[in-house]
Design a protein around this ligand. Sequence first.
Ligand SMILES: *Cc1c(COP(=O)(O)O)cnc(C)c1O
Length: 413
Amino acid sequence: MRPTREAARELDAADPLARFREEFALPPGVIYLNANSLGPLPAAVPGALDDVARRQWGERLTRAWNEDDWWHAGLRVGDRIGALIGAAPGQTVAGESTSVQIFNALAGAARLRPGRRVVLTDAGHFPTDLYQAKSVARLLGLTVHAVPATELTAAADRHRRDLAVVFAAAVDYRTGELWDIPGITAAAHEAGALALWDLCHAAGVVPVRADADGIDLAVGCTYKYLGGGPGSPAYLYAAARHHDALDLPLTGWHGHARPFAMEPAYDPAPGIGRARIGTPPLLSLLALEAALAPLERAGIDAVHAKSSRLGTFFLACADALLDGLGFTPITPHDPSRRGGQITLRHAEAYPVMAASKERGVIGDVRPPELLRFGLGALHLSHTDVFDAVETLREVAAGGAYREARFQPRGVVT
Ligand SMILES: *Cc1c(COP(=O)(O)O)cnc(C)c1O
């Protein structure tokens, strides 16, 4: 791919998803490359939220639980997310934070393999996942073994007599690498264990095949590529074959077989209903429901294809324009080995990003020295990608980052 602005315009002219840009409310002058952290605002969401607040809550009050079917919102939205991660209906529920869902899913998975004591995880896993794995292990008397993601398959074989769960992220949040979901899942099964996947950086940009790949359980957030908005609720997927035996530790009344009988003893609902916990954050849940529409209409395969093209174009631009300026791409050039993000290493990552943001090009930084650029396919063009890399070139070549004001720690920016 020729890394020029003219080539970018030609690619945009042939882009079947170009018209989706209008479905997002982005401020002028901004190139937003951070949907891997917080998806941009879908234009339909403010109106939907206004309806939820004024009509549903304001006028219908408690009647909205039935009349607007608030009661089933977690299951309804769960099924829509399920469709985007290759799950047939009735296996996914939305509600709670990702961290809560991780705890519930991991402890539930371990309880499906009683007597087995090892949880195998990726040493480079996201912090909350590692913290929860260790906490669940303390609670249930398990041991956590953390190995590099590339060694999970071999480690599953080594621990085969005692392995309960393999727990990893589909896409590395730092490097953007996509791991071998079917291969690692199969290795877990061969060892007699279950596979629990964190899909935070995959859902909405990579076509995950939860059912077809035999995934046992999965969790993920909805505010990244799914675009649900800040703090939108996470989801839990559990394959139907596990439902009857699934003993989740967070036994809230929404997961009861007869919630309105108000019984003193817990009796889990049949099916995925037992993965409900308590009253979900309905304002966020219903904003998420409205946010999913553009992605559903575009189709996850088309979204993935465009995101891959944007990534390939980004890397071509970086190779051509950033040569000799201290940037090293660390995301694989092979599109089948990456999620929706390109990561560059630079020794001055924080001030470079600060200077880039001052010029309207928004990505983010993760230690050590990694600049992350999320390639949300519905709101970005190839021209945006070219202009963003050109901005990085100007910032680094002109030394502008030395003057940039930046906050190196304490705030997530
Ligand atoms: C974003 C992300 C989380 C976030 O957890 P929250 O509880 O939503 O803050 C967890 N795990 C991974 C892998 C992530 O990428």
